[in-house]
Design a binder for this molecule. Structure first.
Ligand code: TXA
Ligand code: MG
Length: 310
């Protein structure tokens, strides 16, 4: 416990100095910096090699804090009450008096925000008086990290500090919902679309129009393991790593299981870790068994589909 407290102190020191650090979240590790500081957030873009037109998610401790920067409505409050802190991000209107750096929002009048549930990061957020802009802590277009070691593998000594919070429980990024205009999901993720749409009152939103919004970070090059990925594979060919949703009786050194018994939550948690292991082992090709497209399986399928695009 004491070690955690002293690490949080260290983290705050770096952040107050406009440095970026890695933080653990329940979804994936983030590369975090003071969202009110141009200098700090520029460092995130530089280190991650992220195109400047791709906005960042601002991470807050609670609803009161985010009210300083964004406009909220009934739908937001309902979703917040049910799912936060947790793996969901909201696109909201920025307030004119908000102190969010223009670099975070890519000069737009909207912003994505989220309330991560990882206890260490919540402790950290409680102790600082600014939100943290944090994209996933990987080099742009590569796989998101779900442990301290993954972050080290991405940035090496270029990153000065990683707050170690163990492995990410969910293992896949947050679901992003656009609440400007008619609510709709922009990126599938840790909370299934079904659960979210259940809480959206059609009457409350009946006069709102769907506002199309660009999500640059979901372009097809994302989540790439850097080698060809074949989906819905019924078998694997020689030297192909084979990712399976459920453990098989047959023993084969090229088999990688996402779960013992087709548990989709367990599969999501293991997905990125498994892709990294396969790459580290030097495989040149990956085949993936069909994954059921329900609950968090939707988000798994979304990510592997992108990973399979060239
Ligand atoms: O679980 C997560 O959301 C993780 C952890 C670290 O919180 N963060 C994350 O951030 O996945 P990132 O930057 O890797 O992905 C955020 C996605 C990108 O596709 C970006 O284009 C989109 O959100 N995005 C960010 N701000 C946006 C905005 N204002 N409007 C539309 N899309 C936005
Ligand atoms: Mg990312």
């Amino acid at each position: 416990m004491k070690k955690n407290d002293s690490n949080i102190k260290k983290a705050i020191k770096y952040l107050n100095n406009n440095e970026c650090i890695a933080i653990p979240t329940e979804t994936v590790y983030g590369l975090a910096a003071n969202a009110y500081s141009d200098k700090a957030v520029s460092r995130v873009y530089k280190l991650k090699k992220r195109p400047s037109n791709n906005p960042l998610i601002a991470h807050y401790h609670n609803l009161e804090d985010c009210k300083k920067d964004c406009e909220i409505d009934k739908t937001f409050k309902r979703l917040y009450k049910k799912f936060c802190p947790g793996p969901i991000s909201f696109v909201l209107k920025l307030k004119k008096k908000s102190k969010i750096s223009k670099i975070v929002s890519n000069n737009s009048d909207s912003i994505a925000i989220r309330f991560p549930s990882h206890p260490l990061t919540r402790k950290l957020l409680k102790k600082i008086n600014y939100p943290l802009a944090a994209p996933s802590a990987n080099i742009s277009t590569s796989i998101s990290p779900v442990s301290k070691q993954d972050v080290v593998d991405e940035f090496g000594p270029k990153l000065k500090f990683i707050l170690d919070g163990g492995s990410s429980k969910i293992g896949i990024e947050s679901t992003i919902i656009n609440l400007i205009g008619k609510p709709h999901i922009l990126r599938l993720g840790g909370i299934s679309s079904k659960l979210i749409y259940k809480l959206i009152n059609p009457l409350e939103n009946k006069n709102k129009k769907k506002i199309r919004i660009k999500v640059p970070g979901t372009s097809k090059l994302h989540y790439s393991p850097g080698i060809p990925v074949r989906l819905n594979a019924k078998k694997n060919y020689q030297n192909e790593a084979y990712i399976l949703i459920k453990k098989r009786k047959k023993i084969d050194k090229n088999y990688f299981y996402l779960s013992k018994k087709s548990n989709l939550k367990e599969a999501a948690k293991n997905l990125y870790r498994t892709l990294r292991i396969i790459k580290k082992n030097g495989y040149k090709k990956i085949a993936i068994e069909k994954i059921p497209n329900k609950n968090i399986g939707e988000a798994i399928n979304d990510r592997i589909l992108r990973a399979s695009k060239k």
